[in-house]
Write a protein that binds this ligand. Structure first.
Ligand code: ADP
Ligand code: MN
Length: 250
């Protein structure tokens, strides 16, 4: 076998080993994008999905240097996600001029938007998974959990682990997000916060909007209400909405 041919053969064998679980819902194009990313980031194995939401699936991935990543794949999908994307990116100065001509392009805008929001939040000190890479409709970030087992969502925590400290830390994140990153999550609830070693991580930030967005205040208040009612229902003394709102500088 020639050197070149052997190299190709080795690559083929490596590629075949990449997936621990074959996912029949992934199309060929997504598979080949995943091979591309895996080579780029030295990912050796991608495991079965830890979660399949309405618009995205999350897979744990292990690198050659034994680091865990979360691979978020946005579906090339539904009319409802298309509408949501248009609604959220409309009026956002960062996405002006993006005239997505089809759903695939829109999903790619969505992934890129989550990466940008994640980066801005991470750089501002908000507790979010560290963003690693984005390519087409695939986003790679730090894996929140242990050994490929994801951490629980706030919603899934045992009630004795839902405490005032956690509540305060989460409100702090919302404040840092607005004051430092100038972003409002817009879909914050017990379903979009993971808790690992007692520390909250805000996730699912694709729809986060700029503070300058006309609906920013309304979304901020809704986020705070969601958090307050979750903790209130768990018997925690929460701060009043008015008291929390005084902490926002803009
Ligand atoms: P969506 O709600 O649009 O499907 P999310 O970003 O909320 O997408 O992710 C879906 C689920 O995947 C989460 O509820 C969580 O269980 C898991 N998840 C998301 N991000 C990570 C991460 N960085 N590490 C581990 N698990 C994650
Ligand atoms: Mn979510």
């Amino acid at each position: 076998m020639s050197r070149n041919k052997r190299r190709k053969e080795e690559k083929r064998i490596k590629d075949a080993d990449l997936f621990k679980v074959v996912d029949s819902t992934l199309d060929t194009r997504t598979y080949s994008d995943l091979y591309y990313i895996s080579r780029k980031l030295n990912i050796k194995t991608i495991y079965g999905a830890v979660s399949a939401g309405k618009e995205a699936k999350i897979y744990p991935a292990l690198t050659e240097s034994e680091e865990w990543y979360a691979v978020k794949i946005y579906y090339v999908s539904t009319a409802s996600s298309k509408r949501a994307i248009e609604r959220y990116t409309f009026g956002d100065p960062r996405f002006e001029g993006v005239r997505a001509s089809n759903t695939l392009k829109l999903i790619e805008v969505w992934a890129k938007k989550e990466f940008k929001n994640l980066s801005k939040m991470y750089d501002s000190g908000v507790s979010v998974p560290k963003p690693i890479y984005v390519h087409k409709n695939i986003l790679i970030m730090e894996f929140i959990g242990d050994n490929g087992i994801r951490a629980p969502l706030l919603k899934e925590l045992r009630s004795e682990d839902v405490n005032e400290d956690l509540y305060k830390t989460i409100i702090d994140q919302v404040v840092i997000m607005a004051n430092k990153a100038e972003l409002v999550h817009g879909d914050l609830s017990e379903y979009n916060i993971m808790v690992f070693d007692g520390k909250p991580y805000i996730i699912d930030v694709s729809q986060a909007i700029d503070l300058t967005h006309p609906n920013a205040r309304e979304f901020l208040v809704r986020d705070i209400r969601n958090i307050n009612s979750f903790f209130m229902n768990n018997g925690i003394n929460v701060m009043s909405e008015t008291e929390i709102l005084t902490r926002f500088i803009k």
